[in-house]
Design a binder for this molecule. Structure first.
Ligand code: GDP
Ligand code: IMO
Ligand code: MG
Length: 428
């Protein structure tokens, strides 16, 4: 039984956490493969309400091994804090494993992240400030610290001393105070001791599970439109939150993938800067934000809200070979008298069918909309398609038609069971 990948289809916060928590009931392994604690996955299940940043949703399922894979950048303090919160809530994590190849977010990374953002001024990306970009940049520059390094005190000491000297030169360019290598090393030794029990060659655990024919589920973080190459560069994250990136970040070959399920909100949101053609900077946008409580799980920032963008969505569906999607937060639209779906972009009188690459090209884009009637009734108790009003079903059909993918799951509320499983959902 090959792997199933769950990825975000838009700009993040589509409800991946909830979907993975629901699907993990069947999984032997649940892996986070990309990003770091810039992610915020809210999960509401019989054990409580949890805001997960690094730990996969598998920890709520006793049969599952939860893995933080090689493609993730791990803030050790963030991880330990998250484990402490879970423990206090009665969730033990004996089956958590973290890749010895994963890179660490070191104390200089969030500092440099914030200083670079300040330097960008009006064109700031609006990062989460968690040091994700600088950590991935160091990985690519081959100056990163890896989880495996925590196990070799002499090597780690030499490495951190060298890196602190170099990073202090960068910090001085920003007139920021220098870091103390000794203090950082002491923290690292403490992290090493506390994390030792979890460290493993996780790609081998994933391959062993695949060999046994067990279900491996990848919990995507961020989303395809935040991808370094295919997202709205430079307003993106610094990893590859696509199907391909999920494979690379977990140790799965592309041929071992059974399905890539993309999670889409029934409308669009994004947090931080960057292009967003269907953004509603009006009362409807405010209404969606308040009704949906669209505030960031990680940073608490208000999310920008807008209509469903099927042009960007179709691009994601095609590039990731998505046949089925989960459509979440459907219930948030229950009150609207009419809805719009963006089915095309127009730039200078010409229709374009995919997101442009050039940063400057976005400002000339006007969305082409289709307008559909709202259903103006409560869908939160629906558990099958035929319990939805006709207008709601029509909206879903239009999304399927414009994306070229089928809707397998429909979220009608935040909790695990508030979901319509179309034709059995994805579990068939
Ligand atoms: P993620 O980062 O993709 O896991 O999504 P977030 O957790 O950041 O944001 C999604 C929010 O929507 C969370 O507050 C979830 O509890 C909530 N949520 C998920 N699915 C649904 C749904 O179908 N309906 C409603 N009302 N809320 C949902
Ligand atoms: P989940 O997994 C929404 C956004 C940030 C910013 C950009 C770059 O919860 O869906 P970064 O800190 O990664 O360098 O910030 O990416 N971003 C997210 N937006 N959901 C996320 O994760 C995000 N992770 C990063 O807001 O615009
Ligand atoms: Mg989130």
């Amino acid at each position: 039984m090959p792997a199933r990948l769950v990825i975000g289809g838009q700009w993040g916060d589509e409800g991946k956490g909830k979907i993975v928590d629901a699907l993990a009931e069947q999984a032997a392994v649940v892996v986070r493969a990309t990003g770091g604690n810039n992610a915020g996955h809210t999960i509401l299940n019989p054990l409580g309400k949890f805001k997960m940043h690094l730990v996969p949703a598998g920890v709520f399922h006793p049969q599952a091994t939860s893995i933080i894979g090689n493609g993730v950048v791990i803030d050790p303090k963030g991880l330990l804090d998250e484990l402490a919160i879970l423990k206090r809530a009665g969730v033990d994590t004996p089956r958590l494993r973290i890749s010895d190849r994963a890179h660490l977010v070191m104390p200089w990374h969030p500092l440099i992240d914030k200083l670079e953002e300040q330097q960008r001024g009006g064109s700031a990306i609006g990062t989460t400030g968690r040091g994700i970009g600088p950590a991935y940049a160091d990985r690519a520059s081959r100056t990163g610290v890896r989880v495996a390094d925590l196990r070799d005190e002499a090597f780690l000491t030499a490495k951190v001393n060298d890196l602190v000297e170099r990073k202090n030169k960068i910090l001085s360019l920003y007139d920021a105070p220098p870091l103390d290598a000794r203090q950082i090393l002491e923290e690292c030794f403490s992290f090493a001791e506390q994390l030792e029990q979890y460290i493993a060659p996780t790609e081998m655990l994933v391959q062993d599970a695949l060999d046994r024919g067990e279900e491996v589920l990848v919990e995507g973080a961020q989303a395809a439109l935040l991808d370094l190459d295919f997202g709205t560069y430079p307003y993106v994250t610094s990893s590859f939150p696509t199907a391909a990136g999920s494979c690379a970040g977990a140790g799965i070959a592309p041929t071992q993938v059974r399905e890539t399920l993309a999670v889409f909100k029934a409308y669009s949101t994004r947090v931080g800067g960057g292009p967003f053609p269907t953004e509603l900077a009006d009362a409807t946008g405010d209404h969606i934000r308040e009704r949906g409580q669209e505030y960031g799980t990680t940073t608490g920032r208000p999310r920008r809200c807008g209509w469903f963008d099927a042009v960007a969505g179709r691009y994601v569906v095609r590039l990731n070979d998505v046949e089925r999607i989960a459509l979440t937060r459907f219930d948030i639209l229950d009150t609207l008298p009419e809805l719009r779906i963006c089915v095309g972009y127009e730039a200078n009188g010409t229709k374009i069918d995919h997101p442009p690459a050039g940063e400057g090209q976005w400002s000339g884009i006007t969305p082409i909309y289709e307008t559909l009637p709202g259903w103006q009734s409560d869908t939160s108790a629906a558990r099958s398609l035929d319990e939805l009003p006709a207008a709601a079903r029509r909206y879903i059909e239009r999304i399927e038609g414009s994306l070229g993918a089928r809707v397998a799951l429909i979220g009608v509320g935040p909790s695990r069971e508030q979901m319509i499983r179309v034709d059995g959902g994805v579990l068939v």
